[in-house]
Write a protein that binds this ligand. Structure first.
Ligand SMILES: [Zn+2]
Length: 641
């Protein structure tokens, strides 16, 4: 990587326990009408949202109007349905500047056109409304700084709580304007470029924000407070001009000083993610942060709400610029596309910029995922509108990260892994994707089959639990690995697995494919094995990570080398406890046809001493060496070449 790791020492001033904040990104309320399946919402395509709203830092009431430019998708289009929270009061509706009748029923606003129009017709409508917003807009005092803030948080289905819209993930607007009118001493922040500040009568000021990148409804936001602006720039390799990183912290003593250094970490992260994922999608406009009183972060496009500026939170939220914003989950059941990958982005930031924290961060994530022995990453149908399930920190974030991590492990080729990510981002740029869409790109890029992986890890529940027994016969190590699972819903995880084999003076890592619940692997092992460790590098989300398993009952006592040989070898007694020391040993060697070809007795064998053996006139073939030592009998295969 071109990134200097010199950064890491001064950048990292966090403990990974803090990263829990990111998984608290959403802990919210439940909406009675969460997912609207009204077919009339499918009859048009939103092109543009233009919000022109008035609010203050001390109230969750709103006033103003929203302009929506849309294109019809059916012939005889007559009834335009928008979504808008029931407590908001609609005052007027214009279509192409003409006053229209409307009806606000529950969370839906019905507008009937004078005349039906054909498919492909562009319609501009403007809704004037105001009053009490729903839970998607909050006015709260930030107790850390004593500063009131009004902000919106629309994910997953709370945009309609504060502006009329269409809450359909697949229908991104091509552009958005957000004009915020507020009190003169306050600032309002939103998406894209701050194009103008217009001073109005009566102590009011309007902040005008414009963004020309496609945007999902829930990534549109406003925040109003006594903010001060603090700008820095990044210029990742390959970018022709600097990228503005525009930050808004409270305009109170000490606030900027508190966060200034931490905000600076955004620059190497922008460099890193550009290198790994491709150019920052909104590079012509900006990336931004604003402080808010809420504990976690929310990746509002080009302008992320931040409860703090911890390393991990900055990385996670910036990662959403690619995963979540540029490519958005096609359904909330596929929230993995957003949160699994953003959590992986946070992990990757530690791996590259703060490597001493990477193993701990991964272990933390895996351990959280292990708290859910029955849960799946894919949000099941019955929970499709349950936002606490959609944003379950253990499943959508931590287990979601583990899946991306294990895909990298299965590929066993980082170049291919990052190429897969970039191919996926290219294909679904400015659009939406499901988990299976990612799988398709993954399979095309790698040439590998991930059917089992997605059945087990994405749609399936829980995780595998491994137990291994091993024995060594001469230079052959046999690992018997048994996989059970935490959930009966997924009885087997077919995947790669690593074992660390330790011996006196060293160890070696072996990688195998675990294709059945019971597997037996044999390895040539010219050293006396002292232990086997499952998944020693914590590459797999499994139930016994880091737990050593071995046959403790009856360890192999005799060791022979070399094997194969030319009829001359030596044997040794491995007896660390000294229990078998100084015991008489009898050795008998039989041919494969059962003929005794060699016999010798040793009055008192010392442990770890080599005792040479020479076969008379050895013939190539397989032999059996039978050792007797007190009640113990062991047989080792000997291959004479
Ligand atoms: Zn997130």
């Amino acid at each position: 990587m071109s990134l200097s790791q010199i950064h890491a020492q001064r950048l990292v001033d966090f403990s990974y326990e803090e990263s829990v904040m990111a998984s608290q990104e959403r802990q919210r309320f439940h909406s009675p009408l969460a997912l609207n399946d009204n077919p009339l919402l499918e009859e048009y395509d939103v092109k543009f949202y233009g919000l022109d709203v008035r609010a203050t830092d001390r109230s969750d009431k709103i006033g103003g109007n929203t302009t929506i430019l849309l294109e019809t998708k059916t012939n005889s289009f007559e009834t335009l349905v928008l979504e808008l929270y029931h407590t908001l009061d609609v005052k007027r509706v214009l279509v192409e500047g003409e006053e229209m009748d409307f009806s606000h029923q529950g969370e839906e606003l019905y507008i009937t056109l004078d005349n039906p129009v054909d498919s492909g017709t562009l319609i501009s409508t403007q809704v004037f409304y105001g009053g009490q917003t729903g839970p998607g807009m909050v006015s709260e005092r930030d107790d850390d700084w004593g500063v009131p803030v009004t902000f919106t948080l629309s994910e997953p289905f709370y945009a309609k709580d504060w502006f009329p819209c269409k809450e359909n993930l697949g229908d991104k607007a091509d552009s958005v304007h957000v004009f915020i009118t507020t009190d003169y001493e306050l600032m309002g922040v939103s998406q894209g470029i701050h194009t103008a500040t217009t001073y109005l009568p009566n102590g009011q000021v309007r902040y005008e924000w414009k963004s020309n990148y496609p945007i999902a409804f829930y990534l549109i936001s406003i925040a109003i407070s006594d903010y001060q602006e603090y700008n820095i720039t990044a210029q990742p390799q390959g970018s022709s001009s600097p990228i503005l990183i525009q930050n808004f912290v409270y305009d109170v003593p000490g606030c900027l000083e508190t966060y200034q250094d931490q905000i600076g970490v955004t620059i190497p992260m922008m460099d890193l993610f550009t290198e790994l994922f491709g150019p920052y999608p909104c590079r012509e406009e900006k990336y931004g942060h604003y402080l808010w009183p809420w504990g976690g972060g929310m990746e509002h496009q080009t302008m992320t709400g931040m409860g703090n500026f911890e390393f991990y939170l900055i990385a996670h939220e910036l990662g959403h610029s690619w995963f979540g914003n540029y490519v958005t989950c096609a359904t909330w059941q596929d929230i993995w596309i957003n949160e699994g990958f953003a959590t992986m982005a946070g992990y990757l930031a530690t791996e590259f910029l703060a490597p001493e924290y990477a193993a701990g961060e991964r272990e933390y994530r895996f351990n959280r995922a292990l708290r859910e022995p029955e849960g799946s990453v894919y949000v099941p149908e019955e929970d499709a509108d349950n936002d606490s399930r959609i944003f379950n920190g253990n499943l959508s974030y931590s287990k979601g990260m583990a899946l991306v991590y294990m895909i990298r492990f299965e590929l066993d080729n980082d170049e291919l892994f990052y190429l897969t990510l970039r191919n996926f981002l290219d294909r679904y740029a400015n659009s939406v994707a499901t988990g299976l869409d990612f799988k398709e790109v993954l399979e095309e890029t790698s040439g590998m089959n991930f059917d089992d992986f997605f059945d087990q890890w994405y749609f399936g529940a829980g995780y595998p639990i491994y137990e291994v027994n091993w024995e060594q016969q001469g230079q052959t190590l046999t690992l018997n690995s048994s996989q059970s699972t935490s959930s009966t819903q997924t009885p087997l995880f077919r995947m790669s697995m690593e074992y660390k084999i330790s011996y006196a003076g060293g160890d070696t890592l072996v990688r195998v494919f675990h294709g059945a619940n019971e597997e037996s692997y044999q390895f040539h092992m010219p050293h006396q094995v002292s232990g086997v460790e499952i998944d020693p590098q914590n590459e797999v989300l499994d139930g016994v990570a880091d737990v050593k398993k071995s046959t403790g009952e009856d360890p192999v006592l005799f060791f022979m080398s070399p094997n194969p040989n030319k009829g001359a070898f030596s044997f040794r007694i491995n007896d660390a406890e000294g229990l078998e020391a100084h015991m008489p040993v009898k050795l008998e060697i039989y041919s494969s046809s059962g003929q005794l070809v060699h016999s010798a007795s040793y009055g008192s064998c010392l442990p770890f001493m080599d005792y040479p053996v020479h076969l008379d006139h050895p013939v190539k073939g397989l032999y059996y060496a039978r050792f007797s030592c007190g009640p113990r009998i062991e047989t080792i295969k000997v291959l004479v070449e």
